[in-house]
Design a protein around this ligand. Structure first.
Ligand code: SAM
Length: 269
């Protein structure tokens, strides 16, 4: 598509200049000036700074976009977050005190913020990006819940963690990981009846839009994300004896699947 636009702009420029040379009047001159502007526009856009990040560089990517992250929430992303929060609340509402592990917690605005006023909650935050962690720490300054923060790769954290949690939330993180999510390990960190809540972009949407691009000032940053199938996660969870509580696909207005939320629990005994 980009090549076609470039070719068209070159062709229009050549034709309009040829017209202006053969017939030196206002009309072809104005058309020529217009096509020169379009030509410059097309090639200038191409020259704009654009940086690509592999999933191994996700922390770098999220560091670049951390300050702009919360300005980018679409209606459908919000719908996914509302669902995640609803299920997390269900998971801990009955408990006198609850410990939540938030893997790849970002700025905390989308999920953690809904628990800021819960004095009986301990929020354990993990993120690979120091900029995201700083943003989270700023956002929780006024929060009433207890919290811990750790800058760490998700897998490294899971492999070194010995604590158990009432709920683990992994919201829009898995498509950024350079390795498969270790459900076995995550399940082992859940207390009896503990909940694992995962939300992410539907694989068909990720396959269609494999670049997660964010504009920061005049620069464009693109993370090359990878599809993660909810059914695979559920299958792996069931293999680890987790029970499926809920699964929903959030669709766009045209019916296209956009994101999913999966809630699985550890059996009581
Ligand atoms: C799309 S944001 C989601 C943030 C938050 N969970 C939410 O729903 O708003 C993905 C987050 O995962 C973090 N992340 C990406 N790769 C990670 C990894 N390998 N280990 C830990 N965190 C990671 C990023 O730094 C970023 O904060």
């Amino acid at each position: 598509m980009k090549i076609i636009i470039k070719l068209l702009s070159v062709l229009t420029l050549l034709i309009s200049v040829a017209w202006a040379v053969t017939e030196f009047t206002y009309e072809p001159l104005i058309v020529s000036l217009g096509s020169v502007a379009a030509f410059i526009g097309v090639f200038y856009r191409e020259k704009q700074k654009r940086k690509f990040y592999a999933r191994e560089q996700a922390a770098l990517f999220y560091g670049k976009i951390a300050n702009d992250y919360d300005e980018r929430n679409t209606q459908f992303l919000k719908e996914s977050h509302i669902n995640t929060v609803k299920h997390l609340k269900k998971a801990i509402d009955e408990l006198d005190s609850a410990s939540v592990l938030d893997l790849g917690g970002g700025t905390g605005i989308n999920v953690a913020a809904h628990f800021f006023n819960r004095t009986n909650v301990t929020w354990n935050y993990v993120d690979a990006s120091s900029e995201m962690k700083t943003a989270f720490e700023k956002n929780v300054e006024m929060a009433d819940f207890k919290f811990t923060t750790k800058m760490s790769d998700l897998n490294e954290f899971l492999n070194s963690c010995e604590e158990k949690f009432d709920a683990i939330v992994v919201s829009f993180v898995l498509t950024s990981l350079p390795y498969p999510f270790d459900i076995k390990k995550a399940a082992s960190l859940l207390k009896p009846n503990g909940s694992l809540i995962i939300a992410d972009i539907e694989p068909e949407y990720t396959a269609k839009f494999p670049e997660y691009t964010v504009r920061v000032g005049t620069e464009y940053h693109s993370l090359l994300v990878s599809p993660v199938n909810a059914l695979d996660l559920i299958e792996k969870g069931l293999n680890e004896n987790l029970q499926l509580k809920f699964c929903q696909s959030i669709k766009k207005n045209d019916g296209q699947r956009y994101a999913y939320v999966v809630h699985m629990t550890q059996p009581l005994v």
